[in-house]
Write a protein that binds this ligand. Structure first.
Ligand code: GLU
Length: 589
């Protein structure tokens, strides 16, 4: 899940440009970082444990026009300075960084140890370095050695390396890689946003391709080593200096951006929705897929497709969907949701699905992603950059898109856009009313003292309560357990005792009675009920009032849940925008 960055150009302070790039990539991993620059004296590296520091950290770097950098999310080997990337070749002729996991690294390592290599780190990355060295003994050029070594690696990997001869190579098989151009200045990175401030043109490196930068940028196919022509595309992402705009954290800023995102969806053209609606109607089976919060969004989209669109849609979780692959046929349709469009778990399923000839539709926030490229129907969330590692506005964008899609299938596109416009205004009114924030902060004070938090929902609110649980787990590091209210009596009821907090999301629809029954069942056992609902009820211990937006009410209920997680994390003094151990763009399995 790491971020990789490289600069090759006319500025002799390559290290500071690389550090600046890495800072923009640290949503991808922030347990350690490292930079390697090359000049006529050789390669100089600096590696540190912790978040990427300020520019003064690199003031001691020698002058150099070329280098690579890495921000790590450890998969193999603890978070230590020796395990941070880049890793040196034995003779220091190159330094290498990796994004991914070498799945066969143990076997390769055993072989390399037998061949006499001594490992200085516990990473799979160092294995790649020595595999290249071994290949170099057989091949004439480093380029050929990299190509042949790369083919020996199993798993989804992207590597980047800088040589003492001032060349940069990067090869991709899974984790993202883009090249940015600004005159003679070249940038290589895991995403476009990190160099959007400088680069005017870009080139997305596809899986199975390698780039060599040596004066100019050359592109090769890894399979046969053949050079291929390429066309640069303009950089379309706005590089608008991502700032907190006076908010304390990106999380709260991004929650406040939700109404704008929804309003934009409410102004959508019908045609793209119609195109997909028709394909869905024709499909034999319809699946939705995502991971983490997006997996929950995928479940909510499937819910709307079933309840509003009357389509038999099934939602899958990225990490567990490979077992479905043998069931996919060319008559099926798979809708993939992703913030980054690079989620490894989902991509793995999409690749298998593609082999079966399935039709793929995707809804992605980051433009130019591999997921978008491999899709037959491509949709962009256009929610703008989401800097907080936890998804908030992008989750709302995915769910609202799915709702509108379901409405389109039903022939109610116009009413769908109207509902979303009302929802946007309603959420805006909720967010700007200070009383709501004060009330949620009070409830956060109660929850701060609890270890376990339960969340109940039904039908349209069930997945949203699951998302509330994810936010609480991510932001507050507290145990959360969300379930459909009706399942309570089957097992979770054993845990209901005095003082246990139960958050209930109540839509103003036919599910209300069942939720009130569940509330009575948990209260009888002493649980404290926090209800998010349109109307007050004496059975609530705490009441979070929201407006009744009917069909879209789940999306309304989501907002106080997100805010509650935020205020809880704030009270606990947690790292809100970068919660411990997780990264935003999960490009490893
Ligand atoms: N496998 C490498 C490591 O553990 C890279 C991890 C990643 O890309 O997330 O250092």
């Amino acid at each position: 899940m790491c971020g990789i960055f490289s600069y090759i150009g006319s500025n002799d302070n390559a290290a500071s440009i690389i550090v600046e790039g890495l800072k923009r990539l640290d949503y991808r991993g922030y347990d350690s970082w490292g930079v390697a620059v090359s000049n006529s004296h050789g390669i100089f590296t600096e590696k540190r444990v912790g978040k990427i520091g300020e520019l003064q950290n690199v003031k001691n770097f020698p002058k150099s026009f070329i280098g690579i950098g890495h921000t790590r999310w450890a998969t193999t080997g603890a978070v230590t300075q020796p395990n941070a990337h880049p890793h040196f070749a034995t003779d220091k002729s190159f330094a290498l960084a990796q994004n991914g996991i070498v799945e066969n690294y143990e076997a390769l390592k055993k072989d390399l140890i037998q061949k006499g290599y001594t490992f200085k780190s516990e990473t799979d990355t160092e294995v790649i370095v020595y595999v290249i060295e071994e290949e170099l003994k057989k091949k004439k050029t480093l380029q050929k050695a990299i190509l042949s070594a790369f083919k020996k690696l199993k798993g989804r990997n992207t590597i980047i390396l800088v040589t003492k001869d001032k060349e940069v190579y990067a090869a991709r098989n899974g984790s993202p890689l883009v090249v940015g151009f600004n005159g003679d200045d070249i940038y290589l990175s895991s995403d476009t946003l990190s160099f959007a401030k400088f680069a005017k043109k870009m080139l997305v490196i596809e899986n199975g391709q390698m780039v060599q930068v040596n004066g100019k940028v050359r592109l090769f196919d890894i399979k046969n080593g053949k050079e291929r022509a390429y066309k640069k595309e303009p950089v379309t992402i706005t590089s608008s200096e991502v700032s907190k705009d006076g908010f304390d954290h990106f999380m709260i800023k991004e929650i406040f951006e939700t109404p704008g995102v929804l309003e934009k969806i409410s102004r959508s053209e019908e045609k793209p929705y119609l195109t997909l609606a028709q394909a869905i109607k024709k499909a034999k089976h319809v699946y939705t897929i995502g991971s983490g919060s997006t997996g929950i969004a995928a479940a909510q989209v499937a819910f709307y497709l079933r309840s509003i669109g009357k389509i038999q849609a099934v939602s899958l979780i990225g990490a567990d969907a490979v077992e479905y692959a043998h069931l996919f046929t060319k008559d099926d349709l798979l809708i993939a949701l992703s913030q980054s469009g690079e989620t490894a778990d989902v991509l793995e399923v999409l690749e298998l699905a593609k082999e079966q000839g399935i039709t793929i539709a995707s809804h992605v926030n980051m433009p130019g992603s591999i997921m978008t490229r491999m899709s037959d129907y491509k949709y962009l969330s256009e929610a703008g950059p989401e800097i907080c590692v936890m998804a908030t506005k992008t989750f709302s964008a995915q769910v609202a898109w799915g709702y509108l899609l379901a409405k389109t299938i039903r022939g109610e596109f116009a009413s769908g856009t109207k509902q979303i416009a009302i929802l946007a205004q309603t959420i805006q009114a909720y967010l700007t009313d200070k009383k709501n924030h004060a009330a949620l902060q009070k409830i956060a004070e109660i929850l701060v003292k609890k270890d376990d938090i339960f969340l109940l929902g039904k039908y349209q609110t069930y997945n949203i309560m699951r998302e509330g649980m994810v936010k609480i787990v991510e932001a507050a590091y507290k145990h959360g357990h969300a379930l459909p209210s009706g399942d309570l009596k089957h097992y979770v009821i054993t845990l209901m005792e005095p003082g246990v907090p139960v958050i209930v999301g109540i839509a103003n629809d036919k599910t209300k009675t069942d939720l009130l029954t569940a509330i009575s069942e948990v209260r009888l056992r002493g649980a404290e009920v926090i209800a998010i609902a349109a109307e007050k009820n004496p059975a609530f211990d705490s009441f979070i009032p929201v407006f009744d937006t009917q069909e879209t009410m789940a999306m309304m209920i989501l907002i106080p849940l997100q805010l509650l997680a935020y205020y809880l994390a704030k009270k606990l003094g947690n790292s809100i925008d970068k919660p411990r151990n997780i990264a935003k763009s999960v490009t490893v399995k």
